[in-house]
Design a protein around this ligand. Structure first.
Ligand code: 1GP
Length: 255
């Protein structure tokens, strides 16, 4: 059976090929100023992720609100089986591969599968890997992770290779929302080199120059969440840095 890649994933892949990297803005559905934030980010992101580790109320209404303001694709980033809405375009269909609890590795995605099919959401297969210091953040606690140390980049890279062999086309290297520091460049470079799947990096990225570095190190996508809530005006500079780094990366590849 041929595996068809959906519209949203095709679009993201095309942007990565043409611009070197994508910028994904993560909106927590619990955020109060969804309209204001959506307005600010609509011209400075390639897609909007909606989700979070803790609690979701009125997800449908929130997704509809975002849709009214922007035409950007909405990709769900579910923290559990209640993180699905038929009004979104796609869903990161993910396994928290380094959780100690099989619920997060395979049961939650399995329980969500039928809903995804019924809602006609496009599943984007993704390994979700929680890397130091994620243990100190919400995902680390809720997801019962066995944290991957930052000084062992080969372990993260090995998980990315495993994800590829499982047929996943994306791996999310997550330091956790609000993390004190982000995933180091060595881990990103080695993960990309070994697996050659799309590498998403997020958690603790607050400055454009940090995002710039991560893209040059090999990240195909950068995620920021807190930034939208704390300083939505900074999203433009973040977008700009990611696109500049993307161009630079493409140039270096041609040489
Ligand atoms: C969390 O990686 C994301 O899943 C975003 O992290 O909120 O620290 O940007 P921040």
């Amino acid at each position: 059976m041929e595996i068809k890649i959906g519209k949203v994933e095709k679009k993201l892949t095309q942007i990565i090929e043409e611009e070197g990297a994508v910028y994904l803005t993560l909106l927590d559905p619990e955020e109060e100023n969804i309209e204001e934030i959506s307005e600010k980010i609509k011209d400075y992101a390639d897609a909007i992720m909606v989700g979070g580790s803790i609690g979701i109320i009125d997800l449908d209404e929130k997704v509809k609100t975002i849709k009214k303001i922007t035409k950007l694709p909405i990709i769900l980033f579910p923290g559990n089986v209640d993180g699905l809405s038929k009004y979104a375009d796609a869903v990161f269909y993910m396994s928290l591969m380094n959780s100690t609890n099989t619920y997060w590795v395979v049961t939650a995605p399995t329980l969500g599968a039928i809903t995804i099919l019924k809602y006609k959401l496009e599943p984007i297969p993704m390994a979700y890997l929680c890397i130091e210091p994620a243990r100190k953040t919400a995902v680390g606690y809720i997801g019962e992770i066995r944290e991957i140390p930052q000084n062992k980049p080969n372990i993260t890279a090995m998980y990315c290779l495993s994800a590829k062999f499982f047929g996943m086309r994306w791996a999310y290297l997550e330091a956790g929302s609000g993390a004190e520091y982000s995933v180091n460049n060595e881990t990103i470079t080695l993960s990309k080199k070994l697996s050659n799947i799309n590498i998403i990096v997020g958690g603790g990225i607050r400055k454009p120059e940090i995002a710039y570095e991560k893209v040059l190190a090999g990240a195909d996508a950068i995620v920021t969440g807190n930034l939208l809530e704390k300083n939505p005006n900074a999203v433009e500079a973040m977008y700009d840095a990611i696109k500049r780094a993307g161009k630079e990366k493409l140039k270096n590849k041609v040489k």
